[in-house]
Design a binder for this molecule. Structure first.
Ligand code: NAD
Length: 376
């Protein structure tokens, strides 16, 4: 079976979908692997390294057309879709709720499109969970970015010249990214408070040495997949009131609050920002899905009353070596999980719960119920 690791759409992507080591492992399974020339450039991996691992390197822009499976990191654009063979399997991030035009183009081309974000968050699928591996890095980068924009230091310092108090960091949303942000800020010596609407998160916040902020919002709960449920308007208003006090006390605020398949809740309002000390920094990790912070803009750093609001998207691109390593490993695990050893082929088993969760288009149709509903 011929697999093609494609070029990434746009110039901003720094990650490579697959490293030579994982390409080599796929070849050992019996796959024929071809990679687009230069895919490892941003992480200093050469085409020769892919060749040494047994892959073919191609500069031909039409090479992907003959592959039975095309893999990449980012959402393909409609031109990329034209370069996928009819009836082939395409595996990538797809953000299908927000890229309806691309989803429709994939369906029209009869591509079986796998959206890596939609892989169910089950124990068996953990090894292929791209959302978690990349969110982990985003949490780390958010803190490093905020620390580099601060005019203060994070740790407490007791010196003969006096004592400097530790910076205060407030993390809103303690999922995968939020927990890593807490851990990173703690390692740098900050005093960390955090809040999440899921009651289970309290224990995790405590286990990292941070202080969970207690706000009584009444029934919040979570979905069967572990995601937060959308708050009512009254609950959100109550949350903002409690967060305002904490934001005013904090030097750095990191927001990561998301609700699966929906716009992110607006939590930090202009009024709350105006209550913060000049020189403080906010990083909005939810900016791509609407933002948790009023006025935050994708790929921009905005100033308001001396507070810097950072809305950089796709933070894992800033640490592409680690991000590629994890992405590549997730992708290999996904392919290997459905690989049939005798026929040496990937089996798109539509009875399997993982495939049911992440298959968006197939045989000319949009087959995922939630995406059908979102597009209807
Ligand atoms: P996410 O990116 O969807 O959201 C980030 C966090 O924001 C979540 O913790 C959510 O509860 C929180 N949030 C939503 N609305 C909020 C609000 N108004 N205020 C404050 N916080 C708010 O979440 P995620 O990081 O993808 O994790 C989602 C869940 O999946 C978690 O329960 C996590 O433990 C679980 N998970 C399970 C597995 C697995 O079993 N394989 C893997 C990864 C994550």
């Amino acid at each position: 079976m011929k697999l093609f690791i494609a070029k990434e759409p746009g110039r901003q992507e720094t990650r490579a979908a697959m490293l030579p080591s994982d390409a080599g492992k796929l070849i050992q399974l019996g796959a024929e692997v071809e990679v687009a020339a230069g895919i490892g450039r941003a992480i200093n991996v050469t085409d020769e390294e892919y060749e040494k691992a047994g892959a073919k390197v191609s500069s031909d822009s039409k090479a992907s057309l003959v592959a039975e499976m095309v893999l990449r990191v980012g959402v393909p654009d409609t031109d990329d879709v034209e370069q996928i063979g009819e009836g082939a399997i395409h595996v990538s991030l797809l953000d299908p709720f927000n890229n309806t035009e691309v989803v429709q183009a994939l369906a029209a081309r009869r591509v079986s499109a796998i959206s890596l974000e939609m892989i169910p968050r089950t124990t068996i699928a953990q090894k292929m969970d791209v959302l978690s591996s990349q969110a982990n890095l985003a949490g780390y980068v958010a803190v490093i970015l905020a620390a580099s924009r601060q005019n203060k230091i994070l740790p407490m310092m007791m010196t003969p010249a006096g004592t400097i108090a530790p910076a205060r960091v407030f993390v809103i949303g303690a999922g995968v990214a939020g927990l890593q942000a807490i851990a990173t800020a703690k390692r740098l010596g900050a005093r960390v408070d955090a809040f999440d609407v899921r009651p289970d998160a309290q224990e995790q916040i405590l286990s990292l040495g941070a202080k969970p902020l207690k706000v009584d919002l009444g029934e919040t709960g979570q979905t069967k997949d572990g995601y937060a449920k959308k708050l009512t308007d009254e609950q959100l208003a109550k949350q903002r009131e409690a967060m305002a006090r904490q934001c005013a006390l904090s030097d750095i605020v990191i927001t990561t609050a998301k609700v699966f398949g929906k716009k992110a809740p607006l939590i930090v309002t202009n009024e709350m920002i105006d209550g913060m000390q000049p020189g403080s920094v906010i990083v909005d990790l939810a900016v791509e899905t609407g933002g948790n912070v009023e006025g935050s803009k994708p790929e921009k750093e905005v100033q308001r009353h001396g507070v810097t609001i950072i809305g950089r998207v796709e933070l894992p691109r800033r640490v592409p070596v680690a991000a590629s390593q994890m992405f590549s490993s997730n992708l290999y695990n996904f392919v290997e999980h459905f690989w049939h050893k005798e026929t040496k082929r990937f089996i798109l088993n539509r009875e399997d719960a993982i495939i049911q969760g992440c298959l968006i288009t197939h045989a000319g149709e949009i087959v995922h119920p939630a995406i059908q509903e979102a597009i209807a």
